[in-house]
Every structure is written in C-alpha cells, then in structure tokens.
Design a protein around this ligand. Structure first.
Ligand SMILES: C[C@@H](O)C(=O)SC[C@H](NC(=O)CC[C@H](N)C(=O)O)C(=O)NCC(=O)O
Ligand code: NI
Length: 129
C-alpha cells in the first residue's frame, strides 16, 4: 500500500493551480470535470502519480470559500534550502506565515507558507548527507 494523495477543497481552482505550479514548482498532472456531480479535480505533484504522492485539488462548482476549521495541520514539502525557498516564494507573491529557522526545540530548518485558500504548507530543509 502507499499514500496516493491528499485532497484539498479549494475556492478557485485556477488560483490554486497557479500557486502550486508557479510558487511551489509542482506540475498539473491531471484535470477532470465531473458534470453529474458538478466538481473538478486537479492533481498536482512533483512526479507522476504512479511514483509519488500528490495533491488532489477539488473545486465544487460555485463554492468559493470554506471554513477550514482548526483541525487540519499542514502538508510538508522537502526543499534543499528553506531560506532560499522562502525568498523565492516571497518574490513570487507567496505568503510566508512562519519565517525560516530551526524548529522550536530542535535543529531541523523549517518554514510555513499559506496557500491561496489558507492551507498551511510546511517547508522542511533536506538533511545534508
Ligand atoms: C478521484 C478520487 O481521488 C476522488 O477523490 S473522487 C471521489 C469523489 N469526490 C467528490 O465527490 C468531490 C466533490 C465532493 N462534493 C466533495 O467536496 O468531496 C467522492 O468523494 N465521491 C463520493 C462517493 O461516494 O463516490
Ligand atoms: Ni481522492
């Protein structure tokens, strides 16, 4: 077994696709409309779905915002250099919600980014070999 995807409901699909593509460097892997149940899916990721866990962005037609509640935590993405990643994300208009630095009580270098719908994305700096 393996984790296939995490599904996020988004209020504006093109806005979300642009963020994950242009700011976080993912590729749009598949997009599909469901006319009967009036929703569209967009699968985003860094490798094809057969080999990597991806994001499933779900747009319910006409639903432009959600109450994210307090339970959802974050999705984590590994980066080579969290400081450089944050500078690039800021230059592309992304919102850094937690500046890069060691995790509280630890040494792993992390940062947090908010996506356009307000979901938290954690950037974790890869450990040097
Ligand atoms: C492709 C696969 O990964 C899916 O997740 S599709 C499953 C399907 N999704 C939706 O209906 C999304 C729209 C829905 N209104 C929502 O916001 O979740 C699903 O959940 N189907 C339910 C079923 O019983 O088949
Ligand atoms: Ni799904």
């Amino acid at each position: 077994m393996r984790i296939l995807h995490t599904m996020l409901r988004v209020g504006d699909l093109d806005r979300a696709i642009s963020f994950y593509q242009d700011v976080l460097g993912m590729r749009l892997l598949r997009r599909s409309d469901n006319e009967q149940y009036q929703y569209t899916l967009a699968f985003m990721g860094y490798d094809d779905m057969a080999h990597s866990t991806v994001l499933e962005l779900t747009y319910n037609w006409g639903v432009n915002s959600y109450d994210l509640g307090g339970a959802f935590g974050h999705i984590a993405i590994e980066v080579d250099n969290v400081y450089a990643a944050c500078e690039k994300i800021k230059s592309l208009g992304g919102v850094i919600s937690r500046e890069p630095g060691p995790v509280k009580g630890g040494t792993t270098e992390i940062a947090f980014v908010k996506d356009p719908d307000g979901y938290a994305i954690e950037l974790i700096q890869a450990k040097e070999d």
